[in-house]
Write a new protein. Structure first.
Length: 263
């Protein structure tokens, strides 16, 4: 299979998404509101100190710029779409298509996700720049940080697939998404870096996929070092490999269930 067909799938879906461009700006407005609240909160916490867990106030806010933009990627929509096709039986019609179902879903969402990320990221940067000013960014940190953000989308997509595919066996998968979402907030480093957590919680959190999605790319962006970059990519790519294998196994078992039951 060539990548050409996946490119056209992604292109068509991105063009369709542009018809709802207003949705991107609504999300940006929500991010701006959240950023303003978090900036006010962190300013209070930094009143009597210059550094918290190795982060200055400016670094902390720019860290939040990254996590906020990542967390608004369209994870729930991916889950709902795949879940709906499984429950309705439409997924049976995909079996004879000349492409891989999971790969097609990925390429159909990547353009939309990255465009949404870019718009939300721009809005968050605008607020951070106004209220705390710029920070000294390492050009390598920006470059490799963006690559890491892309990998975090791949991870998010694979986790979304794992959750959605459970619809082969569960009546409702939203409960799984709810648990994942809360774990991502607490153990992923969404509202604050993992460095702030107590050591007994910080250590396991650093090895879970939630931190690979949020904490690692955000810290790489604002506090770059070659050692941390290597650790980030190794960690993200390891989890991507594990999740690809898990998604493949779950999908194959689920598809056999469809084939046996006739769709």
């Amino acid at each position: 299979m060539t990548l050409g067909k996946y490119y056209h799938i992604g292109k068509i879906n991105l063009q369709n998404s542009l018809a709802y461009i207003i949705d991107f700006f609504i999300s940006s407005g929500l991010v701006i509101m959240i950023m303003l609240i978090l900036i006010a909160l962190w300013r209070v916490l930094y009143q009597d100190r210059n550094i918290i867990a190795g982060f200055t106030l400016a670094q902390m806010i720019w860290y939040l710029v990254i996590t906020e933009s990542i967390v608004f990627m369209p994870l729930r929509g991916i889950i709902r779409e795949i879940e709906g096709e499984i429950k309705s039986g439409k997924i049976a019609y995909q079996l004879n298509k000349p492409y891989n179902y999971i790969a097609a879903k990925f390429f159909s969402k990547i353009g939309f996700a990255l465009l949404r990320w870019a718009i939300i990221f721009t809005a968050a940067v605008f607020i951070a720049w106004i209220f705390v000013g710029p920070i000294q960014l390492n050009i390598y940190g920006v470059f490799f940080g963006i690559i890491s953000i892309f990998l975090s989308f791949v991870l998010s997509f694979l986790i979304a697939c794992c959750i959605a595919i459970m619809a082969f066996w569960l009546e409702e998968v939203f409960g799984l998404y709810f648990m994942y979402d809360k774990m991502r907030f607490i153990l992923g480093g969404f509202l604050f870096p993992l460095d702030i957590l107590p050591l007994w919680l910080q250590i396991p959190a650093r090895y879970l996929p939630f931190s690979a999605i949020l904490y690692y790319p955000a810290k790489l962006f604002v506090d770059f070092s070659p050692e941390f970059m290597a650790k980030t990519f190794f960690f993200q790519l390891s989890w991507i490999l594990v999740l690809i294998i898990l998604v493949s196994i779950l999908y194959r078992i689920g598809i056999k269930k469809v084939s046996i039951n006739g769709g």
